[in-house]
Design a protein around this ligand. Structure first.
Ligand SMILES: [Zn+2]
Length: 50
């Protein structure tokens, strides 16, 4: 099963704080997760980026 490594980018400061994997066949939409950003020092929505 091909699993793609993706980066999760803070939507406020645009820093890439997290990496994750996703299955391209089962997840077609962009991932968006609420994660703690150490640069904003707050929880922010993080979106998938390459
Ligand atoms: Zn941030």
């Amino acid at each position: 099963m091909p699993r793609e490594i993706i980066q999760l980018q803070c939507q406020e400061c645009k820093n890439r704080n997290y990496s994750n994997t996703k299955n391209k066949k089962t997840t077609t939409e962009r991932l968006e997760l609420k994660k703690f950003c150490p640069f904003c020092r707050k929880h922010r929505p993080h979106r998938e980026t390459k």
